[in-house]
Design a protein. Structure first.
Length: 187
């Protein structure tokens, strides 16, 4: 098992996924479809983006950093949401599952807050002075789902902004001693 010292020498790769409602699964359950992904290495100057309609080959290229044992993955709520959803999408597209990963999750690795404030990415970004976080409302998402070209450009900006925000938020939380050590994630 890696120690905190060995983890701190790994390359840091942050990512974020966006989803849309998929087919109805019965009762109140609706499956999700992966809409877009953004990811890149710290400090976040160059973020890769997969737009809606990406291919299996493009997805395999996108996840290549996750298959590198020398990478520390950074995400916001990635342990509960992004990583399982990404893994399921890989399997659905006929690709190999993700390997076990070391993850620094700015949601689940944040020291206990006792519900004193929201741990949403937008709230934490404002609370800790991180400025990249964008916003998309319900109508914006409807336009994305309808394929509106301007809305799709906004989605790209939003998705990339979430990656930059998460990478910067991680840096700030580590500096302030508010982030617990990374966790192991197994598919």
């Amino acid at each position: 098992m890696a120690t905190w010292r060995t983890v701190s020498t790994k390359r840091v790769w942050g990512f974020d996924v966006e989803a849309r409602p998929g087919p109805w699964g019965g009762d109140d359950f609706t499956f999700k479809n992966m809409l877009s992904l953004a990811g890149g290495y710290e400090p976040g100057n160059r973020i890769e983006y997969l737009a809606p309609g990406f291919t299996a080959g493009a997805l395999e290229d996108f996840v290549a950093p996750l298959r590198d044992s020398n990478v520390l993955v950074v995400a916001h709520n990635g342990i509960r949401y992004d990583l399982p959803f990404l893994n399921g999408t890989l399997l659905k597209m006929g690709l190999s599952a993700l390997p076990p990963l070391r993850v620094h999750d700015t949601y689940s690795c944040l020291k206990k807050t006792g519900y004193a404030f929201s741990k949403s990415l937008g709230n934490l970004a404002k609370r800790f002075g991180v400025t990249h976080k964008g916003h998309m409302g319900e109508y914006d998402w409807e336009l994305v789902y309808a394929g509106d070209p301007q809305a799709l450009d906004n989605l790209r900006t939003y998705n990339i902004g979430d990656v930059r925000t998460t990478l910067e938020l991680r840096r700030v939380l580590v500096e302030r001693g508010l982030l617990l050590p990374p966790k192991n994630w197994t598919p």
